[in-house]
Design a protein around this ligand. Sequence first.
Ligand code: NAD
Length: 511
Amino acid sequence: MIDPMFFSFSYKRDGGKKKKMPKSLLNMPRKLSHFINNQWTPFQGESIDIQSPLNGQVIGTISKSSTFDIQSAIHAAEKANQEWKKTPIKERSRIFFNLRNILLEKKELISQCIHIESGKTLDEAKAGLLKGIEVIEFALSLQNIDLGGKKEVSRGVFCEYRREPLGITAGITPFNFPAMVPLWMIPIALVTGNAFIWKPSEKTPLTSYFIAESFKEAGLPAGLFNVLQGDAQTAKDLVNHPQIAALGFVGSTPVAQSIYKEGAATGKRILAMGGAKNHIFLLPDAPPEFTAQAIVDSFTGCAGQRCMAASVLLAIGETQKMIDSILKVASQKQAGKNLGAIISKESLDRLHKAIETASEHGAQIILDGRNPSVDSQFQGGFWLNPTILDHVSPQSEAAQKELFGPVLSIIRCKDIEEALEIENKNPFGNAASVFTQKGALAEFVAQNANAGMIGINIGVPVPREPFSFGGFYASRFGQGDITGMDGVRFWTQTKKITSKWGSQSPINWMS
Ligand code: NAD
């Protein structure tokens, strides 16, 4: 079990501003097992080491869940759900008020943990956590809206529908948002009356400690929320488990697609969000005061490791001046200062290879971020400064595949139609943005781009709740979005009740 004392540190301030990472937090090995029935199980069996991308050191170990652990979590969830599903939503919601406040109180601590295990900057870690808390606030608001309805459909005959929970639900999450992505699912599934089993990414599992402890502190009855540590095998065991009624997945496209197929074959409800290749349409009249900054923030934020990151810049017509500004702004991003790390050596090597291949295929490397110099505390970490590839061919890997790093591929286009054709042909469909001052052009792109989330002069068009989050095509397998009212629909089923009480009601075909 992880020792909470390892995280109870106080950080120093340099000149009242800069926060220093406590060495003890970076170097201390921690052991984390499964959270079942509001308790951490003993650490045993096979294990997986966790490396901090900031300096490459092992910062903890998780135990891989066994068949016994999975079955224990299922039993706990099944038992707890019997009472919970009958608990009125207003009563359930009280716990989530507490949870929201506890997470806000622990914001600094949790963000430090996210920063250390995922390598993103502290500010990015906080922003992700706050976005997750926003979904808790959305889930809380469900108690104040109609989730059902009743109408007289024939004289004396009433039809009613009710939203009912599904039972035991589960979520499998990626490394890049250790708190936000799980919070897209967990609060909505629990508030609507289900029990939940979460498998965090084996690359960033430590944050699950704080989330589970916060639920316990908030007063969630034991067994309703369980955490199983593990890798692909644990994920597959959950996907195939016959007692899990619905499963949410967020991760890469090949895994999302296989989980969707496998899970659906077991009769489960599956929503699997996949990877992305997001395009930015840059028009010659893009607002000069913020466009370059917004584009750079989009492709370098979270070191480019987010499904909403800009990846391809479609430079339409005369845009050289703006490209020069983008280059200048991107050069100011520095690994370990205002730019986070790459999750693993394997991912960093993959990015180096992709940059080399792009260059071999004719792209010009106009900003080369490979092998940046970093502070001594970050030696051994996995770092890449912003990299910009110009004159990328639309057919090349740099234009087609998700690279998942701070790399921007520029494709020069003669007009908006050519740019749209390139975007439309890409198999992904998460996000697309357009930068222009002309409303009609922006509307044209919004209507014709093949993406679930569109930005107009916004580089990272994440909808805020209650507007739901989700892409199209190879970025999403299953129905609907993962948050907002689509989330409510996913974690519930509607029961329809038709009734007649008055004996004076006429006899008709509905009798
Ligand atoms: P990943 O697919 O490697 O892993 C995600 C989860 O799936 C992890 O918990 C992992 O243990 C599990 N897993 C891995 N291989 C598996 C397999 N063969 N079978 C079953 N489970 C398996 O993804 P990642 O590298 O952790 O995260 C990055 C990816 O997630 C990127 O592609 C990114 O675009 C995507 N992502 C998408 C969204 C979205 O909303 N569309 C949001 C965040 C991240």
